[in-house]
Structures are given as structure tokens and as C-alpha cells.
Design a protein around this ligand. Sequence first.
Ligand SMILES: [Zn+2]
Length: 365
Amino acid sequence: MPAINKIGLIIDEDFSSKNIPPYPHPTFLSYETPLRIQSILDLLEINRIFVNERITKIKPAFIDEVVLNLAHTTYHIESIKNFSNRGYGILGDEVFITEDTYELAKKAVGGAIQAIKSILDSDVNQSFALIRPPGHHALQEKPSGLCIFNNIANAIMYLRKKINYNEKIAIIDIDAHFGDGLVQYFYNDPSVLYFSVHEFDFVEGDLGFIDELGEGEGLGTSVNFPMPLGISDVEFLEFMDVLEPILNEFNPDLIIIAAGFDMYFSDPIGNAFLTSDSYYRFTQKILKISENICESKLGFILEGGYSLIGLPQCVYAVIQALLGEEYEAPNFEKFHLSSETKIDEVRKIKISLKKLLANYWSCFK
Ligand SMILES: [Zn+2]
């Protein structure tokens, strides 16, 4: 990494004004709102991030439908477009559609593509796409869980199919939820590592368990670190003991972070008790690792995070870490909400996961 790294923020005013959920609280759908991006921009402004000469504001790439087709079926794209033209609707249980949805979701894909392209073109060293709607649940053939198009999968397909970039890529998904859409694109692809840390319901069972390891040539390149519900800052970064050796061995040319912040303690959807300090320390660690393996080429793509107090704080913490600046979590985060530690449970999961991974990764043999 050069002594002074440059950071690109992918920003467009449409993300903070369009696709307003037509349902009031407490509907789950109502949390995916333009206020998420507005609150981020406001906090960055207050903290004078935009006047920092190492920060560059970048517009999303304009893309046409052909690019969406790299990751999605024509039927999926057309159904979003038709619904948007009609002006409203709900697709499945968890996706609302407004007249803006198609264009904004397309712009979000353009934002993810621009975040990665800016790094590969060496315009910036790291980037953060402040986009919505999120993407990691979206499937090839349908939207899911507030996600319309799969922003990260689409960006990787663009790299592969449009600009002939065939280097290894690591995706690290830190959203509270398992990226059940994202993982499917690369489940048998040995050139893309998908590593997810997420909340997991060990009682009911869930997708994203430790033995979902990929298939065919991709066996071993899907790695899940399921966390018990209710973890706090003490437990969160335990997953780095698995991630760091894998990243060193996999040796990707690019690292993409599926940056969801819904494990924040006051998130209305997540169940964890993290403060913004966890995201600051995670970013510090991943930046350091990336210096040695991929010249610090790190792209953050916003996924979930629905607390209008917490989301901007977490994004600001990430940017401070990228800038190498100090960061202290605000006093309002200094509660003691989790009374019982889950550290023993988390360490047991870590040991079991390493045992399974020893079949595919020599770092665990
Ligand atoms: Zn989520």
C-alpha cells in the first residue's frame, strides 16, 4: 500500500431519496429506507470526511440491462421492471416495489461495479459503495430478503465477462444474515472464496452451517462461521482466527467485503450486541492482511444495517480505520447489554470448523 492511501466513496443522491418503503413501522419492509443513506452522509459530513483530500466521491457506473443479465434471468429483470412501471407491489414476503425500484436497484449494481473498477484501475486503493437496496440475498431468478439484484455477484460477473479479469477474489460477508443468494453464484467456483460470519439459529437450524463447504472444484472455498445469537464485541472477531490463515493461503488479488452492519446492538432486525468498535477493529485487521496479499485492494459494498443511529456510526468507523485514524465509539454505545458471554460456544464452533477445513486448507492440517 502506498504511504498515503486513497479511498473512493460511491455516492449518488438517488440512494438517499428514492425507493421509499410504502409501509409504516413496524413492518420489516419499512427498514430498507433512503434514510439509511441520508444518515450515513450526514454523519460523514459532520465529521468532515468529504473535505479530507484522501477521500474521493465517485458516481456509480451507468450500466444497461445486458449487465444485469450477467447475473440474473431475463424473467427476474423483467418482473422487477414491470412491477416498477406499475408503481407498487410486494414480491414474495419480503420485497417491496415502488416506481423507483428497478432504476435504483440497477444503479446499486452500477455502484458495486464502480467501487471495484476504481480499485482495479488504481484510481483509489480502497472503496466503499454506499448503495441500496442491498444485494446478498438476491438469487439469479428472484429477489429475496429486501434485495433486488445481487450487487456483488453482478460486479464479479462483470469483471469476469466484460473486462476479462480472472484473478482470484475473496468475498467476506459480515452482514448479520447468511448471504444465501451470493454463495450460490460461486459454490462450485474455486476462483472465488466466500467467507461468511453470521447469526445462526442453532435450535431451528438454518442455512450457512459449517459443513456447507462448496461443491465440485469449489469444495472448500465456501466457508461459514455461524455465530450464536446475542454475541458482543468480545466474541465477534474470533472468526478472524479462521479467516486470516485462509486468506493468506488463498492469496486473492482482490478482497470484497459484503458490509452489513445489522449485528449492531440497536439494529431492529439483528440480534447481536456489537458496537461500532467491532467494525473499526475488523477493518484495521483486514487492511493489514490485505497489505501483504493484494496491495490493500479492498472494496466495501454496503449490505444490511437498519439502525439510523448505528449504521452511520459503523460506516464512519470503517472509514476511520481505512484512513488509519483513531476512533472511539460514542458514549451512547457503552451499555452492558449482553450479560452472558458466548465465548466458549464460539470457540467450540471455531475448533469444529478448523477440523472440517483441514481437508481443504493446509494451514489447518
Ligand atoms: Zn442482513
